[in-house]
Design a protein around this ligand. Structure first.
Ligand SMILES: C[S@@+](CC[C@H](N)C(=O)[O-])C[C@H]1O[C@@H](n2cnc3c(N)ncnc32)[C@H](O)[C@@H]1O
Length: 453
């Protein structure tokens, strides 16, 4: 049998208008606008103590490295622009102190099945600093066999020596910031990165044994047209990364002043922006990738795609994962722990974070305690986001939610069989909108999310 071409489900202008509204990305539930300052160092310490009562359960460990040597024009992340090595040295010393403070409460709970270094740009750290941070972690925590050890890299600033060292230390997953390969787009976003640099980083990492190598791309950037984007997609597919994230450009110049220098008239909007996503979707699906979540794709041989086929894909703050750890302990500025029944976030500000830890305290300044209802809804939303499916046969009630789902079934977003919900290809594009049905906090939140598509 010859398989047909995958075509993007038709989205009428009316449907797009109804559903391309601000909606959370659901990297957490409850989402950040519901967090508050009631969670501080004392609550975090108590949560760590609760977590310590399960000494054998593996943890996921995140370290945030906020530094970048330059500010890219598109970037909406929490970063510190500097060229100072000393700043990073000081930061690494503070992160190690934070690990000590956390371990005081975690006690014998030391096994980690996932490590993730995110940023900023983790490869802002030079080789000596990479080893320092690695040693700080492995002196305090024990790596489980088969652990997933991942890092985000910017190919422009990452050397072969750094990649060799990372692999030698035990890193085995890598995510490359690519965004777009067209020179005009790259100039507009102040992120000039040749195809050769990207290819060389990918091929070197792959030759050393890194797997699950991901490219981050963004659609909706200034001066992206269907022609330029088609070329970028073809070049990306020629390199065949194992995973692809295709993010909707979050244009938030009010909160990110660096975005104010973008050429506003060149930014694709509405149907034109959706057309760019459609092109990526069709290119990746027809090249054999599987859709993992709304804007992520993985090769069928990749562990994420295989887990999704078994409806066993999971997700945490670091992204999609097959690792069993369901609690995250996180270090550094803005880092979010998900442990002992709470979300706990460190301050965004580098001085606030450093001062708190230097004074011998935990630095957490906001978060939320999850109720039983939150935990139930978080599980449902996670199933929808990861596996496009959830079976609620064992969950009573939710009558109002099922009534709303019946409406979404009429829109063609999902199929209801008894109390199982399965998203259609169209519903997978609008999965954030479907997830909002189960979000009990949304009605009380002031809208401040990016658009759903
Ligand atoms: C912290 S960065 C990755 C590491 C590294 N600094 C780099 O730029 O290659 C994480 C990712 O967030 C995404 N990102 C950043 N700003 C964004 C925005 N305004 N809209 C959508 N995605 C964005 C990019 O795809 C980027 O690769």
């Amino acid at each position: 049998m010859v398989r047909g071409m995958a075509t993007f489900p038709p989205v009428s202008p009316e449907l797009l208008q109804r559903y391309d509204v601000p909606a959370p990305r659901y990297t957490s539930y409850p989402t950040a606008p519901s967090w508050n300052t009631e969670i501080g160092p004392a609550e975090y310490a108590a949560a760590l103590k609760r977590a310590a009562t399960r000494p054998d359960a593996p943890l996921s460990l995140y370290v945030h490295i906020p530094f970048c040597s330059e500010r890219c024009g598109f970037c909406a992340c929490n970063v510190v622009i500097t060229r100072s090595r000393e700043k990073a040295d000081k930061y690494l010393g503070i992160v190690a102190r934070e690990m000590d403070a956390v371990q005081e409460h975690l006690g014998a709970r030391k096994t980690v099945s996932q490590i993730h270094w995110g940023g900023g740009t983790p490869t802002f750290l030079d080789e000596r600093q990479i080893e320092t941070l690695w040693n700080a972690i492995t002196r305090r925590f024990t790596l489980a066999p088969g652990a997933e050890v991942a890092i985000e890299v910017d190919p422009v600033v990452t050397t072969r020596g750094q990649i060799d060292l990372l692999r030698k230390l035990g890193f085995n997953r890598m995510s490359l910031g690519v965004q777009d390969l067209d020179p005009t787009v790259q100039q507009a976003i102040d992120r000039v990165q040749s195809v050769e640099e990207t290819r060389a980083t990918l091929e070197h990492a792959r030759a050393l044994g890194f797997s699950g190598i991901n490219f981050d791309l963004i659609y909706g950037l200034p001066f992206q047209t269907r022609e330029t984007w088609a070329r970028t997609l073809a070049q990306v597919l020629e390199m065949r990364p194992d995973r692809l994230a295709v993010y909707s450009f979050a244009h938030v110049p009010d909160v990110r002043p660096n975005q104010r220098r973008l050429p506003i008239n060149g930014i694709p909007q509405g149907a034109e922006k959706l057309a760019l996503f459609r092109m990526a979707w069709e290119a990746f699906m027809n090249a054999g990738y599987q859709q993992i979540g709304m804007d992520h794709f993985a090769a069928p041989t990749d562990e994420l795609a295989q887990a999704q086929s078994r409806r066993a894909l999971g997700r945490n703050f670091q992204g999609y994962t097959v690792q069993s750890a369901n609690e995250v302990v996180a270090f550094g500025t803005s880092a979010i722990s998900d442990i002992g029944g709470i979300y706990a976030q460190n301050p965004h500000s580098l001085p606030h974070y450093q001062d708190a830890v230097a004074a011998g305290n935990l630095a957490v300044d906001r978060g939320i305690r999850l109720s039983e209802d939150d935990v139930l809804r978080r599980g449902i939303i996670s199933q929808l986001m990861c596996n496009f499916y959830v079976d609620l046969s064992a969950v009573p009630g939710l009558d109002a939610e099922f009534a709303r789902l019946a409406d979404l079934e009429k829109e063609g977003f999902l199929t209801l069989r008894g109390r199982t919900i399965e998203l259609t290809p169209l519903g997978r594009i609008f999965v954030r909108n479907v997830a909002t049905v189960f979000d009990a906090h949304l009605p009380q939140q002031a809208p401040r999310f990016s658009r759903a598509v």
